[in-house]
Design a protein around this ligand. Structure first.
Ligand SMILES: *Cc1c(COP(=O)(O)O)cnc(C)c1O
Length: 222
């Protein structure tokens, strides 16, 4: 199967209202063009310089999502064009993004990244840290950023029960946070979770956005 066929097969399994971000990290621009020609417009990357280089030569109606760890010294390179930064896990990062967005007179959408997986290495806010950030930090004053939802990754395991319970934890938190902090903001509506291995489970547990790489583009050559 080629990229267009794989995309079509995945799209056929997505319920209405679930958005697909094609994670194109490490894949060449040619493959992104193939996906673009097949109608895909949301692409995600984990490295700022790679994303910037791709954005420069690819069509400008692509919506770029950054899903890698936010390094504050790299924000300036993506601030002019990034649509959503999915991996914000501190107020410091949020205020740095805000600063750069304002310099470009832009509003950058941000998802707060949660850490619910068992792995030590994954970034993200613990549930209590998420609530703490939203409760004590002056995020409402940052007019250059707009918090539009949450992002999470489940543990990389074959244990479907564990994966489902992690996604359920995230969905419950999403609903709580929406009710408590975003009751007046209908654009807080994105729950980004689910990758190639677990996106069907994520959808069953209430994801509104899935991030799929290898099932579209094949294995990555690092
Ligand atoms: C690489 C990556 C994905 C996509 O992973 P696949 O298993 O290739 O679908 C999704 N989200 C994040 C944050 C990633 O780094």
């Amino acid at each position: 199967m080629n990229v267009a066929e794989r995309l079509q097969e995945i799209r056929a399994t997505l319920p209405e209202g679930v958005q697909l971000v094609a994670i194109s990290k490490y894949h060449p621009q040619e493959m992104i063009r193939e996906a673009y020609a097949a109608g895909q417009r949301l692409f995600g990357e984990n490295h700022v310089m790679e994303m910037s280089a791709k954005a420069e030569s690819l069509p400008s109606d692509i919506e770029w999502h950054f899903t890698g760890h936010v390094q504050t010294n790299k924000i300036k390179f993506m601030a002019p064009f990034v649509h959503t930064i999915q991996s914000v896990d501190s107020f410091h990062a949020l205020s740095e993004i805000n600063k750069h967005a304002l310099r470009h007179q832009r509003v950058i959408n941000c998802l707060l990244q949660l850490h619910v997986a068992r792995e030590e290495t994954k970034y993200g806010l613990r549930p209590d840290e998420l609530i703490q950030l939203l409760t004590i930090e002056p995020w409402r004053n940052l007019t250059g950023v707009h918090i539009t939802g949450l992002m999470a990754m489940a543990t990389n395991t074959d244990d479907e029960t564990l994966i489902r319970s992690e996604f359920r934890t995230v969905r419950t938190l999403f609903d709580q946070v929406k009710h408590k902090f975003f009751a007046d903001d209908p654009s807080f509506n994105t729950l980004s979770e689910g990758m190639t291995a677990d996106y069907p489970l994520a959808i069953r547990e209430g994801a509104t956005m899935v991030r799929i790489g290898s099932a579209i583009f094949g294995e990555r050559a690092y």
